[in-house]
Design a protein around this ligand. Structure first.
Ligand code: PSU
Ligand code: MN
Length: 305
């Protein structure tokens, strides 16, 4: 670790890239601790970093390690988050971060937590799998991911494959609209539903090149608007999972969550784990591949910036 002031530890390679204008792409870590089982989680984390390097950019995987906000995890730190177990590593969203820092604890950052730390470090582009959103039944549960509110306030572009159909995608798009977060479809007119390229919901704007995306991000910056941008990149067609299969796994997973009385931050990890189980691992490969695809697009956007 070299640069960074106070509680921020920026890896030397990331600090040098930021100082010299080499493109940098942030990656989250909840996907490592809570999104995938071991060893798929390590494989996915390391391969996403490799894909970013292949495009000439520098990856910066973000997490909280012993209370330090680390920007650019080492391989050992990635392996630690992947193997320590999801009970020992806190899922760290905006509200959790000050407490974890104060307690010198470990935390794996969600989309919201990663955006917050990336912005502190001066990183403007971030690749993930899917963003959190408005959960089905949120009219009663009020379960709206903090990811959406972070997108409203923090100026980082998030490249994702849309959001999972375990969520209410229509309400998710409504909340993003309310908060002034643009949803750009990369080479698509539809908001993708993670494992599916389509969801039946349109995007605000279709963009066909990374230069177009970079121009929109520059314009936002010049105006000093703050706030994030969603770049929705559909899963590559060869890895797409047929909707009929997904729908039945999703319905079962949602029912199991309700029966088990799962709520709060446990909901998303519970549903993800059930889907991996119910699909006999089919969702796992698709999930990895869409992360790599998002990492590639994010690196190209960072270069175009
Ligand atoms: N969606 C996925 N995989 C994930 C997540 C979401 O398909 O791993 C993780 C991300 O870290 C996201 C978080 O930021 O779950 C959202 O959690 P919640 O719904 O509790 O806000
Ligand atoms: Mn939630």
């Amino acid at each position: 670790m070299s640069a960074g002031s106070g509680i921020l530890d920026i890896a030397a390679e990331v600090a040098e890239a930021l100082a010299s204008g080499v493109p940098v792409v942030a990656l989250e870590s909840t996907i490592i601790s809570h999104g995938f089982p071991f060893p798929a989680n390590v494989e996915c984390a390391l391969e996403a970093e490799r894909v970013i390097r292949e495009q000439g950019a520098v990856p910066a995987t973000i997490a909280i390690i012993a209370g330090r906000l680390v920007v650019g995890l080492s391989r050992e730190q990635i392996e630690h988050l992947a193997t320590a177990g999801s009970e020992r590593i806190a899922k760290a969203s905006r509200r959790d971060i000050p407490l974890l820092v104060a307690a010198r604890a470990d935390g794996a950052t969600t989309v919201a937590g990663t955006m917050l730390v990336a912005a502190m470090a001066g990183i403007r582009v971030f690749a993930t799998g899917g963003i959190g959103g408005v959960h089905r039944g949120a009219q009663r549960s009020f379960d709206v991911s903090a990811d959406l509110l972070e997108l409203a306030r923090t100026e980082v572009a998030v490249v994702c494959a849309g959001a999972k159909s375990i969520l209410d995608l229509e309400l998710t798009l409504e909340v993003l609209e309310t908060h002034g977060v643009p949803v750009l479809g990369y080479q698509t007119d539809e908001f993708p539903a993670f494992y599916s390229r389509t969801s039946g919901h349109g995007v605000d704007y279709r963009v066909d090149s990374v230069e177009q995306i970079a121009a929109a991000l520059r314009a936002r910056r010049e105006m000093g608007m703050g706030g994030g941008t969603v770049i929705a990149n559909p899963i590559p067609v060869e890895y797409e999972i047929p909707r009929s299969e997904l729908d039945s796994w999703t319905a079962t997973a949602l029912l199991q969550a309700e029966e088990a009385g799962i709520h709060g931050k446990a909901v998303t990890p519970f549903l993800l784990a059930r889907l991996h189980e119910l699909s006999g691992g089919v969702t796992e490969d698709a999930n990895k591949q869409l992360v790599y695809s998002n990492a590639r697009v994010a690196a190209r956007i960072a270069a175009a910036l």
